[in-house]
Design a protein around this ligand. Structure first.
Ligand code: UT7
Length: 331
């Protein structure tokens, strides 16, 4: 029998109904469909509309779908980790709130903050609990309501982000399939280029911070772009090298969906053709922690047991990394 790994045994996603199209953005800010498409690859993004709806509501929808699909009930979940940059509140954790809404209080649940790399960081954290033998069913969710922290008068950021959530079930596996390896890194000096200025302990909310729109995403796009291209590709290459994998051995690249040009650069460095790269940025934009599980959800029917899948991300922090998953079931 092989070492116990944490295998993904199910995946589900949720995106809100409302489609914010490039045409609508053209009416809101000084931009064009052509600029957005050529610079980012995005045509539309989903927005969670409605009073009282928050990230936890998208978590709940994704997890409910996951439970129904995998034949589980909320009572079967032993642990829930939510990766998010847009928690319902500063505290308590969105994972705690989601558990209450799902009806699975009194389990271990918490949030992980690693921006666009959040799902990868959460996946590795959860995998340790499975590998140790302590937990048998752990749910990991990447979810963000980015529309809650976007300045819709700033054309440089408002065209990029959208809302959504994706959830996976992790269970022990001893057949060699599961989360096989991860290269995860962070560099806090990157905070200067991508952050939210106010609302934290450094600069609590005030009339002035609200007036100055400091509760929304601040991004120096060009600089972030350069770091993203280099680091995401470096991490993907590192995981291939240390697992002795050639391009032909990789079935799929699941990149964080921030910009089509960053995705292309990573695929190129890995020597992968376009057909092996999951891309849905055109319809969802950048859903931050949601992008990777949303891709897995969409491509699940095409995945086969034993497939080598590389997940790769880069985001605020800076945080970045790549995770090697040996897929555990036929989709
Ligand atoms: O998700 C995790 C981390 N984030 C990322 O990975 C994002 C990384 N960065 C990017 O994807 C790109 O930098 C952006 C999509 C944000 C911007 O694309 P860019 O090609 O780097 O454009 P830029 O910021 O260099 O701006 C080029 C021009 C500027 O005009 P000038 O100064 O050349 O006259 C901008 O003002 O494009 C202008 N611009 C726009 N024009 C039309 C910026 N946003 C827009 C817009 N529509 N929406």
């Amino acid at each position: 029998m092989q070492k116990t790994l944490a295998a993904i045994t199910g995946v589900y996603g949720y995106v809100p109904e409302y489609r914010l199209t490039n045409a609508e953005l053209e009416r809101m800010v000084d931009t064009t469909d052509e600029w957005i498409l050529t610079r980012t690859g995005i045509s539309e993004r989903r927005i969670l509309k409605g009073e009282g709806l928050a990230t936890s509501d998208m978590v709940v929808e994704a997890v409910k779908g996951l439970l129904a699909k995998t034949g589980n009930t909320a009572g079967d979940i032993e642990m829930l980790i939510v990766a998010t940059t847009t928690p319902d509140m500063q505290f308590p954790a969105t994972a705690n709130i989601a558990c209450d809404k799902l009806g699975c209080n009194h389990i271990l649940s918490y949030d992980i903050s690693a921006a666009c790399s959040g799902f990868l960081f959460a996946l590795s954290t959860a995998a340790q609990f499975i590998e140790s033998g302590k937990y048998k069913k752990v749910v990991v969710v990447g979810a963000d309501k980015m529309s809650s922290i976007i300045n819709y008068t700033d054309r440089a950021t408002c065209v990029i982000f959208g809302d959504g959530a994706g959830a996976v079930m992790l269970e022990p596996s001893t057949d060699g399939n599961g989360i096989a390896d991860a290269v995860l890194k962070s560099d806090g000096s990157g905070r200067h280029f991508l952050h939210q200025k106010a609302g934290g302990s450094l600069k609590p909310a005030s009339h002035e911070t609200v007036d100055n729109m400091e509760h929304t995403v601040y991004q120096e796009g060009k600089t972030v772009f350069k770091f993203a291209v280099k680091n995401m590709a470096d991490a993907a290459e590192e995981i291939m090298l240390r697992n002795n994998l050639k391009s032909d051995d990789i079935s799929w690249l699941v990149p964080h969906q921030a910009n089509l040009r960053i995705i292309d650069a990573t695929a190129e460095r890995m020597g992968l053709s376009k057909e092996k790269v999951m891309i849905n940025i055109q319809k969802y934009g950048n859903t931050t922690a949601g992008t990777i599980p949303l891709c897995l959800w969409e491509w699940e029917p095409q995945l086969k047991k034993g497939d080598n899948i590389v997940l790769a991300a880069f985001g605020g922090g800076f945080t970045w990394g790549a995770t090697l998953v040996k897929w555990a079931y036929n989709g």
